[in-house]
Design a protein around this ligand. Structure first.
Ligand code: SF4
Length: 379
């Protein structure tokens, strides 16, 4: 089999015969997840947005807290961005949260707060792509739209022997075309959930549990001993790593932080001033230059408080965090900013990597405060 045109697939039999074992298996084995107890479009939508790029176990506590805090779409639409980002903090891919909030406000303004169940209207909302639309509308509104995510690609490529690279759009199209031919009109959401669940629990990436799989009879990969070589995944491009230097500036026990622009990477979150090192530039020099450019002030890097590595989807960073002292010039922030006591840092949403050095930052601010107090007392 090759990754060419959509074909009839490996399994024989009509669509109903192909999917019946899968649906029966799902009825018996499906996990009791919090979003499966809510069948309203808003609750399903939140879960599907959170589940993109994120594991189920990670999402469960976030989902519970988010729905407690914003139980309805109207409650979400009325919330300030900062509060939504705080509830999302640590889940990553923050554009998902910003888009969800933006979309909720549009739904309130244009649709009276009712999530539109029509494909075109729903697809026009920010952050709603093909996957979210198919998942939410099939599960919540019975739309006959197949979902194609990583789990589904793996299951179908093994089951049907599709050997195209799953990173290529042509393979996705082939899988979607196959699923369009078998998705049951009476239970599209259940079918989609069942396939995704099978990928999560049985057709595992490294060691698929074929003996207990409902698709084992007529599975190409199992019949031909190809579970190790399917699905085919092309090589990932190497991910660049950037050196980044950050400044911790403390004034009278308060730490300077600023907000990232809303429309960029990690938009709306809070950060310490600083930025990428130039080629050949030492982090200690980069932090001084960045503070000059960003804040208009000369600072001195006193010592490195922490070095933290973090991986995003398309690049990695190594964060060098410096305790800095202002030497000349007033700090003139160009973005929303705040001077906050160490104890209040937790009230602001920060990127996940920052949480690994915030205790050091707080410790440094307290150390400086203690020094000031001793200095004021004359010893
Ligand atoms: S039989 Fe094995 S390889 Fe085929 S779909 Fe089931 S778990 Fe995957």
């Amino acid at each position: 089999m090759s990754g060419g045109k959509p074909g009839p697939g490996y399994t024989s039999g009509g669509p109903a015969a192909r999917v019946a074992p899968l649906l029966r298996w799902f009825g018996r084995r499906r996990r009791d997840l919090p979003w499966r107890r809510r069948r309203d479009l808003y609750g399903i939508w939140v879960s599907e947005v959170m589940l993109q790029q994120t594991r189920v176990q990670t999402v469960v506590p976030y989902y519970r807290r988010f729905l407690e805090r914003f139980p309805t779409l109207k409650a979400l639409a009325a919330a300030p961005l900062q509060e939504v980002l705080k509830a999302w903090e640590g889940l990553g891919y923050y554009s998902r949260a910003r888009n969800l909030l933006h979309a909720a406000r549009i739904v309130v303004d244009r649709h009276g707060g009712r999530v539109p169940a029509g494909g075109a209207e729903f697809r026009s909302l920010p952050g709603v792509g093909e996957y979210i639309a198919a998942a939410v509308l099939s599960i919540g509104a019975g739309a006959v739209l197949p979902v194609v995510d990583g789990n589904v690609l793996r299951v179908v490529c093994r089951w049907q022997g599709f050997a195209g690279d799953v990173r290529l759009p042509a393979t996705r199209r082939r899988v979607r075309a196959f699923l369009e031919g078998i998705i049951p009109a009476a239970a599209p959401g259940r079918f989609n959930e069942a396939l995704m669940e099978l990928g999560a629990l049985v057709c595992l990436p490294r060691s698929p549990r074929c003996p207990v799989c409902p698709l084992r009879s007529g599975c190409f990969a199992r019949d031909r001993g190809r579970t190790g070589s399917l699905p085919v995944k092309g090589k990932k491009r190497p991910v660049p790593e950037h050196e980044v230097a950050l400044a911790v500036i403390v004034r009278r026990g308060r730490i300077y932080i600023q907000q990232r622009p809303e429309d960029g990477h990690l938009g709306g979150l809070w950060e310490f001033p600083g930025g990428k090192c130039r080629p050949g530039e030492r982090p200690g020099d980069a932090v001084v230059r960045e503070c000059r450019e960003e804040l208009g002030a000369e600072v001195e890097a006193l010592r490195e408080l922490a070095v933290v590595r973090h991986a995003y989807s398309h690049f990695k960073v190594r964060l060098h965090v410096f305790a800095c002292r202002r030497r000349r010039g007033r700090i003139r922030p160009r973005r929303p900013h705040a001077w906050v006591p160490a104890a209040d840092l937790g009230a602001y949403p920060f990127p996940a990597a920052n949480h690994r050095f915030l205790p050091r930052v707080a410790g440094y601010a307290e150390e400086r405060q203690g020094f000031r107090a001793r200095f004021a007392r004359g010893y």
